[in-house]
Design a protein around this ligand. Structure first.
Ligand code: GLV
Length: 309
């Protein structure tokens, strides 16, 4: 019985292996995809950006875990073994990291700190810049969206959120359906996208939806690049309808050097690091799911195959 870890070297597979072994030193762990000693023994796989078809090599696989909140990369493998359940990570530390990033970006924009950095004359005594808007709109009210909503509420922001299924969250103005999204966008100063990448969310943020935002609104994309139509965002930044964007996720990652986002004065680019998977924090839930999988118990954080997240 073994656990296969197949994640990019930059995600430090050894750290995950050590974190798992520090909880249970009897675990058998294989770090792949190369040199897996005993493919027949692999019963649980933890993957991120694994090679297509790889998981067909393990006929005794009982569950597959994404090494992050998202599973779109996993489902982009057209040769995933059928009937093997897929689980994902839901981690408090990751939610804290994400909320910290979002709060930092919103405050940076609201207090116009980059404008001060770039325009020394703004700091003349007796002058003050206006503080734009107070209304946060969050697309996606899952684990990360709800955590962020709480942080913004605690900071005194007005918070609205939109989700596929309508939610009820204390203090948050919750919307669903297309009509609800338009209502939310009409009031939003800072739009945060945390939606998963599914057929329902692809290209959702386009000219039609983005123009529903208040004039001067700011976009933060930490969900997936596929949700945002790049050219439509750029056109709305250029014509002044939107005041700026902070983007952490992209259709192509790493973001190509020649992509217009790289040089746009109103776009802040970060390298998909708004939140990263901390091995020690996620090891207990991975181990719990491994134990459940090998004993045929109900898994935690199962992915809904129909909706793709
Ligand atoms: C990161 O993008 C994740 O899905 O966890």
């Amino acid at each position: 019985m073994s656990i296969l870890i197949c994640i990019p070297d930059t995600f430090e597979p050894e750290s995950l292996s050590s974190a798992l072994l520090s909880i249970d030193s009897n675990l058998q762990i294989e770090i792949g995809p190369e040199n897996v000693k005993n493919p027949l023994a692999v019963e649980f796989a933890v993957v991120w950006k694994h090679p297509e078809g790889l998981l067909l090599n393990y006929p005794n696989l009982k569950a597959i875990s994404s090494y992050g909140h998202g599973v779109d990369g996993l489902f982009s493998d057209k040769k995933l073994p059928q009937d093997v359940p897929v689980v994902r990570i839901k981690d408090e530390t990751m939610a804290e990291l994400m909320s910290e990033y979002l709060l930092a970006v919103v405050l940076l924009k609201r207090r116009q700190l980059l404008e001060y950095a770039n325009n020394p004359e703004f700091s003349a005594w007796g002058t003050s810049r206006p503080h734009p808007g107070n209304q946060i709109g969050i697309l996606g009210l899952g684990y990360l969206g709800q955590a962020a909503a709480k942080v913004f509420l605690n900071m005194g922001f007005d918070v609205a959120g939109w989700s596929r299924r309508k939610k009820q969250i204390n203090g948050v103005n919750c919307f669903s359906e297309t009509e609800g999204m338009i209502q939310m966008l009409n009031k939003t100063d800072y739009l945060i996208n945390l939606l998963p990448n599914t057929t329902a969310t692809q290209d959702l943020l386009n000219t039609q939806t983005l123009t529903q935002l208040k004039r001067g609104a700011y976009i933060i994309n930490v969900g997936r690049g596929q949700t945002l139509v790049d050219e439509d965002l750029i056109a709305l930044l250029d014509d002044g309808h939107l005041s700026g964007a902070c983007l952490d996720v992209f259709r192509t990652e790493p973001l190509p050097a020649e992509h217009p986002f790289r040089k746009h004065s109103k776009v802040l680019v970060t390298p998909h690091n708004s939140s990263e998977t901390p091995a020690e924090s996620v090891a207990p839930q991975i181990l719990e799911n491994y134990r459940r999988a090998i004993s045929g118990k109900q898994l935690l954080n199962m992915v809904d195959l129909e909706h793709g997240y």
